[in-house]
Unconditional design. Structure first.
Length: 456
C-alpha cells in the first residue's frame, strides 16, 4: 500500500509469511485490512481529506464481452458464461460504460468489461469507514493511468513498468477504453534480466488484438519505467504510426497516483472508476438508515395513536347516531305508527309527505295570454301612419298568434319599407319586428315579429 498526496509519500507492505498456522483465510484477510486501515489512520492524522483509493490490477481482467445491456448484473451474467476466461471469487464486474446510460448506450451490443477481485478491498474500505475515513471514489490502476492520458487526441496509451509487471491502459479523453498487464520477465534462471522485457512483446500482441476488436489504435503512447526505451522499441515495431514517448523512471507509479489524487470521477460511470466500490455504503448511509427507521417508527406510533383516537371518535359517533335514530323513530311513530319499523323512517315519512303534496296540489292559474290584440293594433297603427303617405302601399296579409307574427306589405320603394320598421321600433310593444324585401321596387316587404319576454 502506498499513501501519496499533499506532499506525503508513505508505503506499507504486507509482512511475508504473516499468516498464522491454522488461521482461516477470511480472518487473515480481515487482519490485513485492519492493519492497512490503521496505517492510513496513523499516517493521515486529523484535519486532512482522504483522496481516491487506487486498486492494483493483479488478478484483474479486461476483455470484450457480448451482453444485452450495460447493467452490472447483466454484464456479470454474460461473463458467467466465460468462466474459464475470468477469475473466480468475489469480484467487481462492470462494463466500461455509464451506469445510467439509456437508449442506444444500453442496447444489446459488445462491451469492454473488467473484473476486479475486491474481497480484501471491501474489507479495507469497511475498516477505513470505522475509523471515519471515506474515500470519494475507488479506481483501478487502469483508471488512474487513463486519468493521466492527454485529452482531445483520440485514443492514447499509458504504460508503466511496476514491480515486475507492465501495466497499460488505453484512454479517450481520460476515460478508460481498455487495459491489461503482462509480466515483465519470464523465468530467466537467475541470470540478469534482458534489456527488453519479454512482457513488452506480449503487450504489443495484446494491442494488436484490441485494435482489431475496437477498430482503432492509439495515436500517442507514453511509457514510464526503468526500461521504458526497450518497451518503446517493441511498441514502435508493432505501431509505427503512433507517437511514442518514453521516460526512464524508477517510480513510474507516482505520476498515475498523482493524477488520481486530483481527479473527481463520476461514481456512476464505469469508464472513470469502480462504481460498485465507489458507492459502497458507509457510516453515513447506516446513520441515514437508522434515522429513517426511527422516523418510520415514530410515524407508525403517531398513526397508531391517531387510529386509536379515530376509533374512539367512531364509537362515539355510532352511539350518537343510534340515539338520533331512536329519537327519529319515536317521532315518526307518533305521526304514523306504520313507519316506525321502516329501516329509514325519516325517508319513508318524507316519501309519504311528497305523495300527499302531489295528490293535493293547489290549482295553478293559467299563464297570461299574449297581448295579441295590442300588438295587432301596434302593427296596424304603424302601417296606417306610413301607408297613408305613400301611394301604391297596402297590407296584403296580417297574422299574429302565440308563437310569432307576420305580414306582407306592398311598398313602392325601399324607403317606405324601412319607414315601417322604424315606426315599429319607435312604438313600444311585446314583439320585435324585422323586415325583408322580396325583390326590386315596387315589391313586397315581409314583416316578421317574435315575442320578447320584457315586452320591449
Amino acid at each position: 500500500m502506498r499513501l501519496r498526496g499533499d506532499g506525503a509519500d508513505a508505503a506499507w507492505r504486507r509482512p511475508n509469511h504473516d499468516r498464522q498456522e491454522g488461521e482461516p483465510v477470511v480472518a487473515y484477510a480481515q487482519r490485513l485490512a485492519r492493519d492497512a486501515a490503521e496505517f492510513v489512520d496513523r499516517s493521515m492524522g486529523r484535519g486532512r481529506r482522504l483522496g481516491p483509493v487506487v486498486v492494483g490490477v493483479e488478478g484483474a481482467i479486461c476483455a470484450r464481452v457480448s451482453a444485452p445491456g450495460a447493467a452490472p448484473d447483466v454484464v456479470a451474467a454474460a461473463l458467467a458464461q466465460r468462466e474459464h476466461e475470468w477469475a473466480a471469487g468475489v469480484a467487481t464486474v462492470q462494463a466500461l460504460a455509464p451506469a445510467r446510460a439509456r437508449g442506444a448506450d444500453r442496447a444489446g451490443r459488445v462491451f469492454t468489461a473488467l473484473e476486479q477481485p475486491d474481497a480484501v478491498i471491501r474489507l479495507f474500505l469497511d475498516e477505513l469507514d470505522r475509523r471515519g475515513w471515506s474515500p470519494p471514489a475507488v479506481l483501478s490502476l487502469w483508471h488512474a493511468l487513463a486519468l493521466d492520458a492527454p485529452t482531445g487526441a483520440g485514443v492514447s496509451a499509458e504504460v508503466i513498468e511496476h514491480e515486475g509487471a507492465i501495466v497499460w491502459a488505453w484512454a479517450r479523453d481520460s476515460w478508460l477504453v481498455a487495459g491489461g498487464q503482462a509480466r515483465a520477465e519470464s523465468d530467466h534462471g537467475g541470470s540478469a534480466p534482458p534489456a527488453q522485457p519479454a512482457g513488452a512483446r506480449r503487450v504489443a500482441l495484446d494491442w494488436l488484438a484490441w485494435a482489431a476488436q475496437l477498430g482503432t489504435t492509439p495515436q500517442s503512447v507514453r511509457i514510464r519505467g526503468p526500461r521504458a526505451e526497450a518497451i518503446a522499441s517493441a511498441v514502435t515495431a508493432a505501431f509505427a504510426d503512433a507517437r511514442v514517448e518514453s521516460s526512464a523512471s524508477d517510480d513510474a507509479l507516482a505520476r498515475a497516483l498523482d493524477a488520481a489524487v486530483s481527479a473527481s470521477p463520476d461514481p456512476a460511470d464505469g469508464r472513470g472508476c469502480l462504481c460498485d466500490l465507489s458507492n459502497r455504503p458507509g457510516r453515513a448511509h447506516r446513520r441515514l438508515g437508522v434515522w429513517a427507521a426511527a422516523a418510520v417508527l415514530l410515524a407508525a406510533l403517531a398513526i397508531g395513536a391517531w387510529g386509536h383516537r379515530q376509533r374512539r371518535f367512531a364509537a362515539d359517533a355510532r352511539a350518537l347516531a343510534a340515539s338520533i335514530g331512536a329519537d327519529i323513530r319515536d317521532r315518526v311513530a307518533r305521526i304514523d305508527p306504520r313507519l316506525a319499523d321502516d329501516p329509514s323512517p325519516d325517508r319513508a315519512l318524507a316519501s309519504v309527505l311528497a305523495q300527499e303534496r302531489d295528490q293535493h296540489k293547489p290549482v295553478e292559474p293559467p299563464p297570461a295570454p299574449m297581448p295579441i290584440r295590442a300588438e295587432l293594433a301596434r302593427l296596424a297603427g304603424a302601417l296606417a301612419a306610413v301607408v297613408a303617405d305613400a301611394e301604391d302601399a297596402n297590407a296584403q296579409m296580417i297574422k299574429i298568434d302565440e308563437l310569432l307574427g307576420e305580414s306582407n306589405v306592398s311598398v313602392p320603394d325601399f324607403a317606405t319599407g324601412e319607414a315601417i320598421i322604424e315606426r315599429l321600433s319607435e312604438t313600444p310593444g311585446a314583439m320585435r319586428w324585422t323586415g325583408s324585401f322580396l325583390g326590386a321596387p315596387p315589391t313586397t316587404q315581409r314583416l316578421q315579429g317574435v315575442w320578447v319576454e320584457d315586452g320591449s
